[in-house]
Design a binder for this molecule. Structure first.
Ligand SMILES: *Cc1c(COP(=O)(O)O)cnc(C)c1O
Length: 368
């Protein structure tokens, strides 16, 4: 029997038709047709002015930091508990990552934990919509505004999430998304940068094409920069997926509802009033059962799983850094939750019977 997958996409005839059309026709005069359609539709869906399609979310974070003019000596705050892709681009621009604690309920950075780590060198915070949830954005924005720092929203895991009727990605100066094969909406590999700020949009457009102003027919590169684009085939796949976004989000929410019903006594992803969580990864925190136990047990039963993100300040990549050392003692919630967190199968092809089978294994272990 095949392993129950941890994550994976939902591809239909529509996606196949769009990609086939792109590989057949999106050349010569039509080379940017699918990019234009995907970017326009994505900006409209998110509720922002501008969208730039990219090869990944990591490149989007790099571009966002570069477009904001962040560089050597600057500090950028990230939640301690997130994928390393949130933090790595801070070092690409020569700046220093500062790890803030997460909130016990949302598992995201909070206004209080942000405020506590701002220094005169802080230039920005990268807020992460962890596992499809969202932090209290109004409170975070108020702190950022009062302290004069920029907000980047890492919505890589939160396609379609909402707060106060506004969509994820639209809350900061810049928002970024991932379309990696494991994410709710996929282009295989890919990403999107979104913003309402025309200055940041123009700067990002310039930096992502080797420092060439859009439309410059002489190819006079004015700065040494980057090359961050996706292909027409990826844009076509993304457009087809975006046209099905409600279906994709509803399925994610359905999968979570099945787990919630099966495991009513477990601590799982939360959803505050006014927030719509899209549950990229169904996760549970099991005080008393370390994540290592689940990492052994579930695969033995043909079930794939993933560790809840380890605090960045605890992993070898940041060992020996001053910021990691400070964070390890300061970030008590991160260190209390993360060792006992596990991501359960959340792939878009799951059915109710499979979720039930996973929950049977979880319950049996909890009863031991
Ligand atoms: C997946 C992910 C990224 C990186 O996305 P890529 O497209 O793989 O670069 C960034 N941040 C978070 C929170 C993610 O989950």
């Amino acid at each position: 029997m095949a392993q129950v997958p941890i994550s994976g996409p939902w591809i239909t005839e529509k996606e196949i038709a769009y990609v086939t059309d792109a590989v057949t026709n999106a050349w010569y005069g039509n080379h940017s047709l699918y990019h234009d359609r995907f970017e326009r539709a994505f900006a409209d869906y998110t509720g922002v002015k501008h969208a730039i399609s990219l090869p990944s979310c990591t490149s989007g974070l790099h571009l966002a930091l570069a477009a904001l003019g962040i560089g050597p000596g600057d500090e950028v705050i990230v939640p301690d508990v997130t994928w390393i892709a949130t933090a790595a681009p801070i070092q690409y621009v020569g700046a220093i990552p500062v790890f803030a604690d997460i909130d016990r309920d949302t598992w995201c950075i909070s206004a209080t934990s942000l405020d506590a780590v701002i220094t005169p060198r802080t230039k920005a915070v990268i807020v992460v919509d962890l596992y499809g949830n969202m932090p209290d954005m109004a409170a975070l924005r108020a702190v950022a505004k009062a302290r004069g720092i920029a907000v980047i929203e890492d919505a890589a895991e939160a396609h379609g999430s909402e707060q106060g009727g506004e969509r994820s990605g639209s809350f900061g100066d810049v928002g970024v998304f991932s379309f990696h094969g494991s994410k709710t909406l996929t282009t295989g590999e890919g990403g999107m940068l979104v913003t309402d700020r025309t200055d940041l949009y123009e700067r990002a457009m310039f930096l992502r094409d080797h420092g060439r102003a859009p439309g410059d027919r002489y190819f006079f590169n004015r700065e040494v920069a980057f090359k961050y684009k996706m292909s027409s085939m990826q844009a076509a796949l993304g457009l087809a997926q975006l046209e099905r976004i409600d279906e994709l989000v509803d399925k994610k929410r359905q999968i979570f509802a099945w787990y919630r019903e099966e495991l009513p006594d477990f601590v799982m992803n939360s959803e505050a009033p006014g927030t719509k969580n899209t549950y990229w990864m169904v996760s549970m925190i099991t005080p008393g059962t370390p994540k290592q136990r689940w990492m052994e047990l579930l695969p033995q039963n043909g079930i794939d799983c993933r560790p809840f993100f380890h605090p960045l300040s605890s992993i070898p990549a940041y060992e020996g850094t001053e910021q990691a050392a400070v964070a390890r003692t300061r970030n008590t919630v991160s260190y209390e939750l993360a060792p006992f967190g596990i991501n359960l199968p959340s792939a878009l092809n799951l059915d109710r019977a499979t979720v039930q089978r996973v929950c049977d294994v979880v319950r049996a272990e909890a009863r031991r």
